[in-house]
Design a protein around this ligand. Structure first.
Ligand code: NAP
Length: 297
């Protein structure tokens, strides 16, 4: 239980409604900022403006999965007006307070460091990133179905990167009957992909893999699907880039070659906000509870 704990939840989308619900269920005292337009699921929650005074009285500040932008703007689907976190808000937090976020931008990192406030990036945790890879992979498959005229079953598919998202996606595509080729860079990843019945290759020499691909999913967060690579591709290939913006694809050149290349950010929040919110909330509440227990005399 989180009885007696003051938690301010700032902005976010449907996922954050799950977070609020869970915190409320666990008896935390929740203050919601940026939820003026949501009535149904936050009727019992105290809605407050983002002020220095409100910040000064919280133990925990929860940012959305996406954190805040470099300008301080916080994504807030249910807010009446754009929402900005300023250094004075973070600076007003009590010394024991902690900030939880999905990702932290450089601006947020700086703000917290400057105010000497501890912040936790939940999506840097392996467990949450693996849980989150489930809706991401399902969303990627949904996009593929929408943007191709062939079935996944029997398709030649390349998945670049064999990390949390790459591995989940490759497994899902294989289960759907695709011929999955996975681009890896280390021998142990090669061996694991082989063990999973995939067709691994090293990304250093991956131009050889481009003959007849129907679908290419990229999860590598650096430029890998270069103009040279795109030039070697069939025009039928559809590229779905999942890596964090700007992604790993030369979108300009893909457009020039009339190859369909799509950027697919934030899939968990789009295709399965309830599940993704639950995953975020579980990890968050578990960490907060552990902290509370650790601080007991
Ligand atoms: P991850 O576990 O770090 O996986 C990235 C993988 O790319 C790692 O295995 C890394 O290899 C590999 N890699 C990097 N450079 C490579 C290269 N030159 N050749 C071969 N492999 C290379 O990250 P993740 O959790 O899977 O996430 C992947 C990306 O998707 C991130 O940008 C993440 O922010 C994004 N993401 C997007 C969504 C969405 O909705 N679109 C959702 C979740 C995550 P090593 O293991 O050797 O470093």
């Amino acid at each position: 239980m989180l009885t007696g704990l003051y938690v301010m939840v700032v902005g976010g989308d449907e996922r954050q409604l799950e977070v609020i619900r869970r915190l409320h269920e666990l008896d935390a005292f929740v203050k919601a900022v940026g939820f003026e337009l949501e009535h149904e699921r936050t009727s019992e929650i105290l809605k407050v403006p983002l002020t220095v005074e409100e910040c000064a009285s919280v133990d925990i500040l929860v940012m959305p999965v996406t954190g805040m932008s470099e300008t301080g703007e916080v994504e807030a689907k249910y807010a009446k007006h754009p929402l900005f976190i300023r250094p004075q808000h973070i600076g007003a937090l009590p010394t024991h307070a902690k900030v939880y976020t999905g990702f932290a931008s450089d601006a947020m990192r700086l703000m917290c460091d400057h105010a000497n406030v501890t912040f936790v990036e939940l999506l840097k945790r392996n467990d949450l990133a693996i849980f989150n890879s489930i809706p991401t992979a399902e969303g990627a498959v949904a996009m593929a179905i929408e943007h191709t005229n062939v079935t996944i079953h029997g398709s030649e598919v390349v998945v670049l990167g064999f990390g949390r998202v790459g591995m989940t996606l490759a497994r899902l595509l294989k289960a759907m009957g695709a011929k999955v080729h996975t681009g890896v860079r280390f021998p142990e990843q090669f061996a694991r992909a082989y063990e999973m019945g995939l067709n691994p290759f090293y990304t250093v020499d991956w131009l050889e893999q481009l003959d007849s691909i129907d679908l290419l999913f990229n999860t590598i967060p650096s430029m890998i699907v270069t103009a040279k690579v795109i030039a070697a591709m069939s025009q039928q290939t559809v590229i779905i880039d999942l890596a964090t913006k700007p992604g790993g694809t030369d979108f300009r050149f893909a457009e020039k070659r009339q190859i369909k290349a799509l950027q697919a950010p934030g899939l968990p929040g789009i295709v399965a906000p309830k599940t993704a919110g639950n995953m975020f909330a579980s990890t968050l509440c578990q960490l907060i509870s552990e902290d509370m227990e650790a601080s007991l005399p």
